[in-house]
Design a protein. Structure first.
Length: 195
């Protein structure tokens, strides 16, 4: 359903975020993100001169290479458009995310490595969303037959799905969890859990 008609207004700022997930031939996964900010008007920047409408104020890219357990094997970052000449100096620091696992506490770990003056707020904002893309891409693993093999055929102890309680729809006591993840449902049994 669309939003209601807005009041009369003028566009000033546009932020585009693109994220994609890929399975690689070597069995690893690449999660890529790109953020671009543009203005609809010209403005002067002390280092860049005049920045005209549609020319990026910010443009950053990130590629996370992860394994089936969402452990980061590599993080490549570029800062192509930026307001200050020192901004690209933060890009190499993101390689320090290697060895961190995307899961509970992900952003806390990110901020330990590239928070504050070590990082870039725009790239860090992207990383929060890239974790979700990693989960969504990994779900597709079951659909990609023949491209990945289980690393261990031994039975594994059931693990509570990490998406439970991450949003309103996936509340542990809600109908979606009751229907699709009944082993982890914590509410009262209803008809939603039936077949």
């Amino acid at each position: 359903m669309p939003l209601s008609d807005p009041a009369p207004r003028e566009a000033l700022h546009d932020r585009t975020i693109e994220m994609r997930g890929f399975i690689r031939e070597d069995g690893l996964w690449d999660i890529e993100g790109r953020i671009v900010d543009t203005k609809t008007y010209s403005f002067s920047n002390e280092w860049r001169g005049e920045v005209t409408p549609g020319v990026p104020v910010h443009e950053m890219r990130v590629r996370l290479t992860i394994d089936d357990d969402r452990l980061i094997h590599a993080c490549e970052t570029t800062i192509d458009h930026h307001p200050f000449p020192t901004c690209p100096g933060a890009a190499p620091n993101f390689s320090g995310l290697k060895g961190i696992r995307i899961g509970p506490g992900w952003m806390r770990e990110v901020r330990k490595v590239v928070g504050g003056t070590a990082g870039c707020t725009h790239v860090i904002e992207m990383l929060a969303q890239m974790a979700t893309v990693a989960f969504q891409t990994h779900v597709a693993k079951e659909k990609v037959k023949g491209k990945t093999e289980p690393s261990d055929d031994a039975p594994k102890k059931p693990v509570r799905p990490p998406l439970i309680d991450t949003c309103h729809a996936l509340a542990a006591d809600g109908p979606v969890v009751e229907r699709w993840m009944p082993d982890w449902y914590t509410g009262e049994k209803t008809a939603a859990g039936g077949d």
